[in-house]
Design a protein around this ligand. Structure first.
Ligand code: GDP
Ligand code: MG
Length: 294
């Protein structure tokens, strides 16, 4: 069988559990901040790779930014962001009845040309023997097959993944296996900082360094504020990186900032912190936040 790949987006009313599913797929709750919220480009939320293929979960701007304002779902503009999406996942909440907001979204996806799957989330919250009735109720409004899942416990999520693969076209592996969340930009920025330590520091120090972008957000004056932690394994290394009167850290920061400004095409404020984390190589959480599976 050929490798399949494609872009998937999850839509649904606020609070149905879209983020929880993405977090489950990433395997760990991590805070994901989109570095460029204003751009039309879809931002990647999670990358799921297995032998059968690769699923790239993306955020559809506009659809997600409709909190508490269901009417905005009707703004067609938002649905333009569904172009290039291979599969839409429409998420419903098993603990709630089918609502006006659900109907609006349902109408929209039926009118779009994208293939879609319908998921009923939070089944861990309803009694087992109630589930068939809930599904029956939903099927009065929805003619397609509904996939019950729990994003919290992961129940039946593998089934959802299989259904997604059924709908995906044959395609290339877009991202390396071990990359599980986007932050492609954040990843590159972290690498740029790390690279500078290689240029500027004694040999053994840079190999023990990890860089994690803690925050990346555009300020009102359009500069990009980036806060990054540089993790080192030894106290002595911390001293070396900071340097006398903070000179070395300043040098690293200035050089990295120039590269990052070129990458992002905007002014950057780079806020670097050095932290000692003896066993960062074994810290799965930290590795995940660096964009690796660990
Ligand atoms: P979003 O607005 O669609 O992204 O919804 P969130 O992912 O933020 O989830 C809203 C709330 O529902 C949070 O408190 C989640 O913990 C909870 N939640 C999401 N999925 C599940 C699930 O499968 N089971 C249970 N019990 N709670 C869930
Ligand atoms: Mg959310």
């Amino acid at each position: 069988m050929s490798f399949k790949s494609g872009f998937v987006t999850i839509i649904g009313r606020p609070n149905v559990g879209k983020s929880t599913l993405v977090n489950y797929l990433i395997g760990e709750k991590i805070s994901i901040t989109s570095p460029r919220p204003q751009t039309t480009r879809n931002s990647i939320k999670a990358i799921y790779t297995e032998d059968a293929g690769q699923i790239i979960f993306v955020d559809t701007p506009g659809i997600y930014k409709t909190k508490n304002d269901l009417d905005k779902y009707m703004v067609n503009e938002a649905y333009k962001s569904l172009e290039g999406i291979d599969v839409i996942i429409f998420m419903l909440d098993a603990t709630e009845k089918f609502q006006k907001g659900d109907q609006i979204i349902y109408n929209q996806i039926k009118n779009s040309s994208n293939p879609f799957l319908i998921v009923l989330n939070k089944i861990d919250k309803v009694k087992k023997k109630e589930l068939p009735n809930i599904l029956k109720d939903y099927n009065k409004r929805i003619e397609e097959n509904i996939i019950p899942i729990s994003s919290k416990t992961g129940r039946n999520v593998n089934n959802l993944i299989n259904e997604i693969f059924e709908l995906l076209p044959a395609g290339p592996q877009y991202y390396p296996d071990d990359m599980i969340t986007d932050q492609i930009e954040q990843f590159i920025v972290a690498e740029m900082i790390r690279e500078k330590t290689f240029y500027l520091l004694r040999e053994e120090v840079p190999f023990g360094i990890a860089v994690v972008i803690e925050e990346m957000k555009e300020r009102n004056d359009e500069t990009m504020y980036i806060r990054a932690n540089i993790y080192v394994e030894k106290k002595s290394h911390k001293g070396i990186i900071i340097g006398k009167n903070g000179k070395m850290l300043k040098k690293i920061g200035t050089r990295a900032r120039k590269d990052v400004e070129k990458l992002l095409q905007q002014k950057v404020y780079l806020d670097l912190w050095v932290k000692i984390e003896k066993d960062w190589r074994d810290d799965e959480n930290l590795l995940r936040r660096m964009g690796y599976k660990g």
